[in-house]
Design a protein around this ligand. Structure first.
Ligand code: GLC
Ligand code: CA
Length: 508
């Protein structure tokens, strides 16, 4: 039996930069509601919203000060309920971002915890005494900068742990009261009808009980990447028992930031932990046939071994956009065909379907503490500035807003947007692409070719990673191409950076 999240295409919305309904320059829930037509037209099945909770915004709502409300500039609970209802009305689903590893330092739990060592909430967080030399308790380094993952609290004379900013103290998941309190936050949203959660840095919840030093030579990687503990598994099973007590099969997608397919695969347990886990290897590899062959083989090896269902991600709010990374729109389009036709669940990030590049920020314009602003630039809806944002947006637009705007690309059958839409339609029409088996086909150097099969249905994909014309042993009807009209007959000659999806002609 297939679950809905195995066949869905999941579309990530970064609400702040999606669409602004009231002219304050900040995207909001009403802006999402106003563009549900677009998302339905595009053909995505499920929306994932990055955090919408009240927050002092030190890390753009990944520092949550209240898990059970909506940030006032985004809207309120009534509007959220309306969004859930309308999304469901359109037969789509909606997933929230759950941030269990840390709260905001403004969260009432932390405010109480830091007020005294006797606080009832003290053990909600991780407090340690100074090392014998008076420094931090161990050598863990926080994310993004080479600084300690500990801050000394003057009032209570102990250090608290924060794998990210000092404004994001880590919760102490070894404390059962934390587990219960955080389970309640899941139920709050599940009761309102959400279809699951993307779980932020989920691999971080289990901490080394000894709080030992990280190896000196690896320290610069930051503790976020280094952390991987067996103790995570019972925690995941416990979370699962809460989430899966709801009947709509809410999905559990984990952000497992370990950049290693074999480790990531282990977070599925034996079908009793995460449903899906992000495998970020592809985001760190170049656009070459060799690199992708290796990535795909590693996923097959490690995920298939535990019957785990893979995910495919080219873009998100934390990484430079694929067009920018691959330094080419053609390559990024071809890669999009790949993530939508491999075996697994594709995740798209808003604006990816427009072929957006990173916004080019001057040093002084960077406001994200992790320097990730460029990928988070606002969506250009209209060609003319301010691109459908009534009074302009909170940050600059990506390059080429005039030509890449939604209203322009919608009219052009050869646009990136039209290719994405055709790709999603193709998935809907072909069960072989959604759930079929995967196998490699012979291919010349610089090309990857594979087939997907489900019962009588057979689909082939051929992708040319080079800028030369390459001949492949394939003939058939073109279902989709990034470089030519559909419905042609494919003669076996692949154009530069072309990805082609085709139905092979059966031998006479
Ligand atoms: C995840 C989020 C990132 C955030 C971090 C801390 O990596 O994707 O945006 O800054 O966790 O919550
Ligand atoms: Ca607004």
């Amino acid at each position: 039996m297939r679950s809905w999240w195995q066949e869905a295409v999941i579309y990530q919305i970064y609400p702040r930069s999606f669409a602004d309904s009231n002219g304050d320059g900040i995207g909001d829930l009403q802006g999402i509601l106003d563009h549900l037509d677009y998302l339905e037209w595009l053909g995505v099945d499920c929306l994932w919203l990055t955090p919408i909770y009240p927050s002092p915004m030190a890390d753009f709502s990944y520092d949550v000060s209240n898990y059970t409300d909506v940030w006032p500039l985004f809207g309120d609970l009534a509007l959220f309920d309306e969004l859930v209802a309308q999304v469901h009305e359109r037969h789509m689903r909606i997933v929230l971002d759950w941030v269990p590893n840390h709260t905001s330092s403004e969260h009432p739990w932390f405010q109480d915890a830091r007020s005294s060592r006797d606080s009832a909430f003290r053990d909600f967080y991780v407090w340690k005494d100074s090392a014998p030399d008076g420094g931090p308790p161990n050598n863990w380094v926080r994310s993004w900068v080479n600084e300690p993952a500990w801050t000394f609290d003057q009032q209570t004379q102990q250090w608290y742990l924060h794998c990210f900013l000092p404004e994001q103290p880590d919760l102490n998941w070894a404390n059962p009261a934390v587990r219960t309190a955080m389970a309640d936050t899941l139920c709050f949203w599940l009761d309102r009808g959400v279809d699951g959660f993307r779980m932020d840095v989920i691999h971080l919840l289990a901490k080394d009980p000894e709080f030992g030093d990280d190896p000196e030579d690896l320290k610069v990687l930051s503790h976020v990447v280094l952390n991987h503990r067996e103790e995570i598994h019972p925690i995941l099973r416990e979370i699962r028992s809460v989430v899966k007590s709801y009947e709509n099969d809410p999905v559990m997608v984990g952000e497992v930031y370990l950049i290693d397919a074999s480790l990531v695969a282990s977070y599925h347990g034996n079908g009793d932990e995460l449903d899906l886990a992000f495998n970020f290897e592809p985001m760190f590899r170049p656009f070459t046939a060799e690199a992708w062959r290796e990535i795909i083989d590693r996923v097959i090896e490690h995920f298939d071994a535990r019957q785990a269902w893979p995910t495919w991600v080219l873009n998100n709010h934390d990484a430079p956009r694929s067009v920018t990374r691959f330094r080419s729109l053609e390559r990024a389009r071809a890669a999009a065909v790949m993530v939508c036709t491999l075996r697994g669940t594709p995740f798209l990030f808003q604006g990816e379907e427009l072929g957006l590049e990173n916004a080019a920020l001057e040093g002084g314009e960077v406001i994200d503490p992790g320097f990730r602003d460029g990928a988070r630039a606002p969506i250009p809806w209209k060609s003319a500035a301010p691109h459908g944002w009534p009074n302009g947006a909170w940050m600059q637009f990506p390059p080429d807003g005039e030509t890449k705007a939604v209203e322009v690309q919608r009219q052009d059958p050869t646009s990136t947007l039209s290719i994405y839409r055709a790709l999603l339609q193709l998935r809907r029409e072909h069960k072989a692409l959604r759930r079929g088996s995967f196998s490699w086909l012979e291919s010349p150097e610089g090309v990857l070719s594979w087939q997907r099969r489900e019962e009588e249905q057979l689909v082939e994909v051929h992708l040319n990673f080079t800028r030369d014309v390459v001949a492949v042993e394939a003939r058939g009807e073109v279902l989709l191409s990034t470089g030519r009209d559909h419905a042609e007959v494919f003669d076996g000659s692949l154009r530069a950076y072309e990805a082609i999806v085709m139905r092979p002609t059966t031998a006479p």
